[in-house]
Design a protein around this ligand. Structure first.
Ligand code: ADP
Ligand code: MG
Length: 350
């Protein structure tokens, strides 16, 4: 059974409803990420779970109980903000102890729990520092310790690493994953960074326009995106619309594509790393004739922009300059690296 469940929830800001009929199930002990571009409703979802935003319609269940109208402080969830939101005038110790003091936990226990938590996040010895005298990464560790010391039943994190530089982000995401697993905490993690999200999550929900497009394990989403939106999000490009004609899928220029799928209109797609180039013009199944437009040296690879009758394609190859602009080439879609998504673009009248 899910620990956390939003059932057909509508929520937003006054008349501006952002989540419509929103559903998600989160299992106990898992780290689930909400991934999507800016404005798609990730923060709104998290704030609805926390209780900062009222549910207009639908239900929020926690551990099988109706929490739809449960006030924030009675939910017992931890929240970590992008901006850390530490108390600037309080020492590290007092920042972490804050919630415990408010709960009238006795002094000995506060000392014990804060000390243990600071050790866990690697900040033992920093008890007397003020947030202003710490680096971004250290401050985020304080924010994590402050949330975790209360033993929250769920930890909600809203882009907790976005203010850190690239190297520190990688270090901290491993740290967050380690803490979450060690403590067996159920966590919801919001980010717009695909790599970050995939690297730390048990499950990923890809969001678009207040809805979940696909929710699954990172590996499954990476290999089997269900639609074009998700596919683009995980690096597929080079989409070719194909239609069913006499039992075969054919592109606009007449190239045959093979798939087990059976919708009338599909789009074949392949990542730039997986497309292959052959010199000259060769016919054949899942092969398109084209011409090199631009050759770009990427360091580890060469990237070619290839013009074909089906549009322009990006192909990454080994870092040898094999082709020059205007060279005739054949773009090959390897069967096992090509996905087929539903073609949802409206049909325009000819
Ligand atoms: N306080 C607010 N009042 C009105 N609209 C808001 C408010 N906060 C966010 N929105 C709108 O809600 C939508 C989703 O925002 P948000 O959940 O913050 O997206 P994300 O976190 O994915 O970037 C956006 O269109 C945004 O403009
Ligand atoms: Mg946000």
């Amino acid at each position: 059974m899910a620990l956390l469940e939003l059932k057909n929830v509508s929520a937003g800001y006054g008349k501006n409803i952002i989540l419509k009929d929103f559903c998600i199930d989160i299992e106990e002990g898992k780290l689930v990420s909400l991934l999507g571009s800016s404005g798609c409703g990730k923060t709104t979802t998290l704030r609805t779970m926390a209780g900062f935003i009222d549910v207009v319609k639908g239900q929020f269940l926690f551990d099988g109980q109706d929490y739809t109208r449960t006030p924030i402080h009675k939910r017992g969830f931890g929240y970590v903000f992008q901006s850390y939101a530490l108390f600037p005038h309080l020492s590290v110790f007092d920042n972490v102890a804050f919630g415990l003091k408010r709960r009238h936990v006795n002094r000995t226990e506060i000392k014990e729990r804060v000390t243990e938590m600071l050790t866990r996040v690697g900040l033992s010895g920093f008890e007397d520092r003020l947030p202003a005298d710490m680096s971004g990464g250290q401050r985020q560790r304080v924010a994590l310790a402050r949330a975790l010391v209360l033993k929250p039943r769920v930890l909600l994190m809203d882009e907790p690493l976005s203010n850190l530089d690239a190297r520190l982000r990688v270090e901290m995401r491993v740290e967050i994953r380690r803490l979450q697993q060690e403590m067996g905490i159920t966590a919801v993690y919001v980010t717009h960074d695909q790599e970050e999200c995939f690297s730390i999550s048990d499950q990923v929900a890809i969001m678009n326009n207040g809805r979940i497009e696909q929710m699954d394990t990172p590996m499954h989403i990476f290999n089997y995106p269900v639609n074009e939106f998700t596919a683009r999000f995980v690096g597929f490009e080079n989409f070719v619309p194909v239609t069913l004609e006499n039992g075969r899928y054919v592109s606009a220029s007449g190239t045959v594509f093979e798939t087990d799928k059976t919708a009338p209109r599909l789009k074949a797609a392949c990542r730039p790393d997986d497309l292959q180039l052959l010199p000259g013009h060769e016919g054949g199944i899942m092969r398109l004739r084209g011409e090199i437009v631009v050759a770009t040296f990427l360091g580890k690879q060469m990237q070619y922009l290839v013009h074909t009758r089906e549009g322009d394609f990006l192909v990454n190859t080994a870092a040898e300059a094999l082709y020059a602009p205007h060279d005739p080439v054949t773009v090959c879609f390897p069967r096992e690296k090509t996905i087929f998504t539903l073609d949802e673009t409206p049909v325009t009248a000819p």
